[in-house]
Ligand binder design. Structure first.
Ligand SMILES: Nc1ncnc2c1ncn2[C@@H]1O[C@H](COP(=O)(O)OP(=O)(O)O)[C@@H](O)[C@H]1O
Ligand SMILES: [Mg+2]
Length: 422
């Protein structure tokens, strides 16, 4: 069976990396007709990545006619790529399909995809993929005279694992606390899973919130935490909670104060998951953990997403923490949203241009400069554009997610705010 690996610095989106690895394995004869691809859960467990990423890759391969699902059994290779020409054929068909989709318009496209991919989109969507899990309009929060969050307008689709990234003091906790109903806005509006935060007990059952610094009660045992959770949450899944505690090798009689940082974070995650929320919000859940504990934490979270399909928003001041797990990103800096969008779209629409020295003002109107640097003779721009880059003077390269986020975080205030990518 194929074993996937991910290269975070490649500038190629994770889902495309998986697609390419399968194509490559087919071309090399490492995968043959009838071979089974690893299940989504297997890939998630192996790479600690977002299940949606795997689903998307498998959907793409299915589109290309390379694999097909057998319901309840797995996804199997249906064809062997004897030579590169077949792969080129796939690309061609993809272009043709895109063109057809455009002709048919948005609704037609969805129908088409739905018909072909029912078995996959079903579980991903959980019935509500097209609705927003978080929507805000001109949302702001002021402490005294200072805005902790300002003019925040977002449409975050459901069914995603959303990374909220920004430096310390950017306003992440403020935004997440507003979403969880722990703060009230100074101005603007916010809707979370279809309701107003803090609007009542129904809203509370729909949204799980794991606050910064993994809040647990030092003097309570794990068993007491679970009993408390069961009492406070009508949808409490005690089986899930006990199963996770057992799998983590934790002792129910242990007091939370005696646990390691990683175990405490896992306990807080368990409490959040056992609520069975539609949306789980986690504020800097891995900030205090060592690399191994980080990976185990995110792996547990991704396995839960694969199993129960709910939406997740988690924050970090480092994009490298979240790169593997997020399929949607919101970059916050200086109290404002700098950019937001699906990771694949962000990667596809940002490019690094380098060539002879040129002034930013002389770039075409549809190329928005995110960052620029110049030497005497040379200019390098990081631009966002949906169109092709035709100027032969430029060497065009991809932008990795980390560089992309850093560029937005370091953007000088004199740059006009870019319209968020949706
Ligand atoms: N309770 C508070 N009172 C006054 N200022 C606050 C309060 N909470 C946060 N702030 C300020 O709001 C800004 C955003 O904070 P926060 O949302 O905690 O950022 P982050 O979570 O991204 O580090 C910071 O400048 C912080 O100092
Ligand atoms: Mg914070």
């Amino acid at each position: 069976m194929i074993e996937f690996h991910l290269d975070p610095g490649s500038g190629v989106s994770p889902y495309m990396q998986l697609v390419r690895q399968v194509r490559q394995a087919l071309r090399l004869g490492l995968l043959r007709e009838g071979d089974r691809l690893p299940t989504v859960k297997e890939v998630v467990a192996q790479l600690a990545i977002n299940p949606n990423t795997v689903l998307k890759a498998y959907r793409e391969l299915e589109h290309e006619g390379l694999v097909a699902p057998r319901p309840g059994v797995g996804t199997f290779v249906t064809r062997t790529l004897a030579d590169a020409s077949l792969a080129a054929h796939g690309e061609l068909r993809k272009d043709l399909r895109k063109w057809l989709a455009k002709q048919a318009g948005g609704a037609g496209r969805r129908e088409h995809r739905g018909a072909v991919h029912d078995h996959l989109s079903d579980r991903r969507a959980g019935g509500h993929s097209m609705t927003a899990v978080l929507q805000s309009r001109g949302l702001g929060k002021k402490y005294g005279k200072r805005w902790a969050l300002s003019d925040c307008t977002l449409d975050v689709p459901a069914g995603r694992v959303v990374g909220l990234v920004g430096p310390n003091g950017a306003g992440k906790t403020t935004l997440l606390s507003l979403a969880a109903g722990q703060l009230t806005p100074t101005e603007g509006e916010i809707t979370v899973v279809g309701g107003r935060p803090a609007s009542g007990s129904e809203q509370l059952t729909k949204v799980g919130f794991v606050a910064q610094d993994t809040p647990t009660y030092a003097r309570l045992t794990i068993a007491e935490h679970l009993r408390l959770g069961a009492r406070l949450n009508p949808r409490w899944d005690d089986g899930l909670a006990r199963d996770r505690v057992a799998r983590l090798g934790l002792d129910l009689r242990q007091r939370a104060g005696r646990l390691s940082g990683g175990q405490r974070a896992q306990l807080a995650l368990t409490l959040g998951l056992a609520k069975r929320p539609e949306l789980l919000i986690l504020d800097e859940p891995v900030a205090a953990l060592d690399p191994l504990a980080r990976r185990e934490f995110l792996q547990g979270l991704m396995e839960a997403v694969a199993e129960h399909s709910f939406s997740v928003i988690l924050s970090s001041h480092l994009v490298s923490d979240l790169e593997r797990v997020c399929d949607h990103l919101v970059v916050l800096a200086a109290a404002r949203v700098q950019v937001a969008g699906d990771v694949d779209d962000l990667i596809a629409s940002h490019h690094r241009l380098s060539g002879p020295r040129r002034d930013a003002a002389r770039l075409p109107d549809d190329q928005h400069v995110v960052s620029e640097s110049h030497t005497d003779r040379q200019s390098t721009f990081l631009v966002r554009t949906d169109g092709p880059i035709l100027d032969p003077a430029w060497t065009v390269g991809p932008v990795g997610l980390e560089d992309l986020v850093l560029a937005y975080m370091e953007r000088k205030p004199e740059h006009p705010a870019l319209e968020a990518v949706r």
